[in-house]
Design a protein around this ligand. Structure first.
Ligand SMILES: [Zn+2]
Length: 114
């Protein structure tokens, strides 16, 4: 019994496609899985002050204590390669209102009413 080369090529490409789909599925499931705690919570008050582990955050450059907060993606090359880097973890970045210095924290910020 003889096999046509095009059938062998089609089976090979089908298996390759299946492997790529499986790989992407594992990557997406891993990214969507709940993440373990990444440190003491970053607590934001209404007046622009922040606190971590019971200590108020102050700017290491100017000593200011008012910040604005943004969530920044911590991109990885693999998820960026497949253009699904929105699945990557994020960090909280505090920007000093007075001098603009950036301070990074691994955990998300939580707002607390005072
Ligand atoms: Zn500052």
């Amino acid at each position: 019994m003889e096999f046509d080369n095009s059938i062998i090529l089609a089976v090979f490409l089908g298996m390759l496609l299946l492997l790529v789909i499986l790989f992407l599925g594992v990557m997406i499931a891993g990214a969507l899985a709940p993440r373990p705690s990444r440190g003491a919570p970053l607590i934001a008050s209404e007046d622009g002050h922040f606190e971590v582990a019971g200590k108020r955050i102050s700017c290491s450059h100017c000593g200011g204590s008012e910040f604005s907060v943004n969530q920044i993606l911590l991109n990885t090359w693999l998820l960026s390669l497949f253009r699904i880097d929105w699945l990557d973890a994020s960090a909280s970045v505090l920007t000093c209102v007075k001098c603009g210095q950036l301070t990074w924290f691994n955990q998300d910020s939580a707002k607390v009413d005072e």
